[in-house]
Design a protein around this ligand. Structure first.
Ligand code: ARG
Length: 552
């Protein structure tokens, strides 16, 4: 039973009776009581009544079973304190539920999560970290809630960059490409310095687009090599992207013409300097001119926007998705707003289908500027992971544990802050064993597992006596509401913050309540609290993509 939802529905009913209309009771955890509702204040203003009177009337009408004290406080807040038995009963219910009180699949949707999506034939850099980490958390969380999640790794696997790469590779029998970055840089260098190579690279793009078979063969080879490399990187980072999730830009090639045709049919395209453009209503540039979304370039080629339009239409029409998530950096916000606006005008986003750009801020160095290597280049993701593992090897001598802690620290640092904000990539902070960090949470989990191993088998229900037991139980009951909220808002910092609160409540409990040496009955109850805490931390961290070693 989700106590918070239960209180909300009961108070909501009482509020609605008093108001004669539906009212969101805005029930929240509170420092002043267990739960608080501030809904009487705005409602009183609207009804032109005294807020305290109105709050009193709501209390008089509400079903308050399980509530020990309910009072009107201050200007008209409702403060509710639950009876210990009600908290214990709810905690025991959650403890008996393999899903920790979180229902699965009440209204399952097919949800496409577009994430990671690097431009291939280049190495992953720190610039790909956030999309990969946030997108993976979204996919895990939504899937655990029973949704049918389609992971879409929208690889940049098509376009002019492939001309120079294929030309550099040559059309002979290509063995392994080896180091992708070196390969790309060498190709780039030739392109920048060799006129004749440049011409051949341009012709190669034409050949690729015309479907020239030897060229296509080389292109497939490059794509396959890149995918192989990407899969190893994802695996090392516990990212749930596999071979079956690669749906690169090239996949939409043979849908681009029909996108143009359909938009033209609906009168949504305008020719402008030889290019075909859509002008989504209400979108203007700095000078007030309408902003174009270029659907077909003047040379007849298709670009990023056309591919995204085709991908959106495919996801809705052919995959039957009702929620589309694009986990892509904040700078692409305008791009997605335009794509969504054009798609909506074309009727590709019917009622009940939503498209969201889940943007995010940048990663900064400790100097507060964009995070870059000393030589000013983008930092390779592999190097970041290597360093994380090297640094955690001191904390955790076992290689598998060091990897889990290193990767966990990086992911947690990314997910524990507000998604839209920039954050500073600071090793000392993210690896700290105290504070709101990955290692702290993993350590809290491992510590509880050590207690449970020592305890051996036990059976018993949660009973509440000490204040710290009660506080921990309430914290544990907050898991279900926060998970559901995070699935709606994709605000993973709320889930992370909640897990941190849970680990802290556990610490306070463990300091003041002996567990293994407690008298029979109390011992079992406390062990049950330990076990529920461990399961909650493990599940919560898993939803964030962070694994929990049994020992640290
Ligand atoms: N490949 C693009 C980039 O590196 C990101 C693609 C994001 N997804 C999309 N459907 N446009 O910037």
């Amino acid at each position: 039973m989700n106590l918070e939802a239960l209180l909300a529905s009961r108070l909501g009913a009482a509020f609605s009776q008093v108001a004669g209309a539906t009212v969101d009771p805005a029930v929240r955890r509170s420092r002043h009581a267990d739960f608080q509702s501030g809904a009487a204040l705005p409602l009183a203003r609207r009804l032109d009544r005294a807020p305290r009177d109105l709050a009193g009337e709501v209390l008089a009408r509400a079903d308050l079973a399980g509530v020990a004290t309910a009072e009107v406080s201050g200007p008209g807040f409702l403060n509710l304190r639950l009876a210990d038995e009600a908290i214990a009963a709810a905690a025991n219910e959650v403890a008996a539920d393999p899903r920790l009180g979180v229902p699965a699949g009440a209204r399952p949707e097919r949800i496409v999560v577009d994430y990671s999506s690097p431009n291939i034939a280049k190495e992953l850099t720190i610039g790909h970290l956030r999309s990969t980490v946030i997108g993976d958390a979204a996919a895990r969380l939504l899937e655990w809630l029973g949704h049918d999640v389609v992971r879409a790794n929208h690889l940049g696997d098509w376009g002019t960059a492939f001309g120079l790469l294929i030309e550099h590779l040559g059309t002979g029998d290509a063995a392994g490409i080896g180091d992708l970055t070196a390969f790309y840089q060498a190709a780039r260098l030739r392109f920048d310095t060799d006129e004749e190579f440049r011409t051949r690279a341009r012709l190669r793009v034409v050949a690729l687009q015309a479907g020239d078979e030897p060229t296509l063969r080389q292109w497939r080879h490059l794509v396959a090599e890149s995918q192989r490399y990407l899969l190893l990187a994802y695996d090392r980072m516990d990212v749930t992207l596999g071979r079956e999730h690669f749906i690169g830009e090239s996949f939409y090639n043979d849908r681009l013409e029909s996108v143009v045709a359909e938009l033209a049919d609906k009168g949504l395209l305008v020719e402008s300097e030889g290019a075909l453009c859509a002008f989504p209503p209400g979108r203007t540039g700095r000078t007030g001119d309408p902003l174009p979304l270029i659907v077909r370039k003047s040379d007849g080629g298709f670009g990023y926007a056309a591919t995204d339009l085709a991908a959106l239409r495919y996801r809705v029409r052919e995959l039957g998705a009702t929620r589309l998530l694009y986990v892509v950096g904040a700078p692409q916000r305008t791009h997605f707003e335009m794509v969504f606006a054009v798609a909506a005008a074309a009727g590709w986003l019917p009622d009940g289908v939503t498209a969201e750009h889940a943007g995010f801020g940048s990663i900064l160095g400790t100097d507060g500027r964009m995070f870059r290597s000393r030589s000013g280049e983008s930092v390779r993701l592999a190097a970041v992971v290597d360093e994380a593992i090297a640094r955690t090897s001191a904390l955790a001598p076992e290689p598998e544990v060091a990897r889990a802690v290193g990767i966990g620290a990086i992911k947690y640092a990314d997910l524990s802050g507000d998604r839209m904000s920039d954050y500073v990539f600071d090793w000392d902070r993210m690896l700290a064993l105290t504070g709101n960090t990955g290692p702290y949470q993993q350590y809290a989990y491992a510590r509880i597992q050590a207690i449970l191993r020592k305890a051996g088998d036990f059976e018993g229900r949660i009973r509440l006596g000490a204040a710290a037991e009660r506080a921990l139980a309430l914290e544990l009951l907050g898991f279900a509401p926060v998970v559901e909220q995070a699935a709606r808002s994709l605000e993973f910092h709320r889930l992370a913050g909640h897990l941190y609160g849970t680990a802290q409540a556990f610490s306070a409990f463990y300091e003041s309540c002996p567990v293994l040496s407690a008298p029979p009955g109390v011992r079992e109850s406390r062990l049950a609290l330990c076990a529920l805490t461990a399961r909650t931390l493990r599940r919560g961290l898993d939803l964030l993509g962070i694994s929990t070693p049994e020992r640290m």
